[in-house]
Design a protein around this ligand. Sequence first.
Ligand SMILES: [Zn+2]
Length: 222
Amino acid sequence: MRDHAPAIPDLICELCRLFYQLGWVSGTGGGISIRGPEGIYIAPSGVQKERLRPEDIFLIDADGPDDCPRVIKAPADPALRISECRPLFTNAFRMRGAGAVMHNHSIWAVLAARLFAPRGEPGEFVCEGLEMQKGLRGIGCFDTLRVPIIANTPREAELSETMAAAIAAYPDVDAVIVAGHGVYVWGADWVQAKTQAECLDYLFRAVVEAHRMGLPIAGTPR
Ligand SMILES: [Zn+2]
């Protein structure tokens, strides 16, 4: 553990600014949640993610009921609401013991899903033979990576059941792609979640660009 590790609310704000620069959380999209010893920290819904301040972050009880989170510490601004992603973050925390969950609206995730599931239906993103696969838990560069794609819903929270089913069906992968929307990625801690989110985004982009250039990449639909 490094000295002077940032407090989790500060870290969430820093990561949101970094992800904004990557185009992952523009237009108030996306979200981050990190587990701490005192509960689960989660960003508010529908706010400019690059302007978040540490006092805007919610702290909720990790063991509270699914349908109605117990808020341990609310932001000073009463207009702020907990991220709509909360039930989806909860899936990864409970089903996988995740330490952090990151949701982004990267254009590469959206285009990669479109390649493999052109009508927004459920499907599977596939790639192999890329070095950046090694940044994903348990995957080597010559393995075949398969990431589930689920169909989108009008409200974010309505994704919860299909996401839970995808998590159960793909125990070796720490991500679920949502067609026409983005991706949820998690890890044992925020470092692993961030690393996996970055590696996946690279792989999504590599497959989309390869397909655009007509290059043969394993798994790419013809
Ligand atoms: Zn979203």
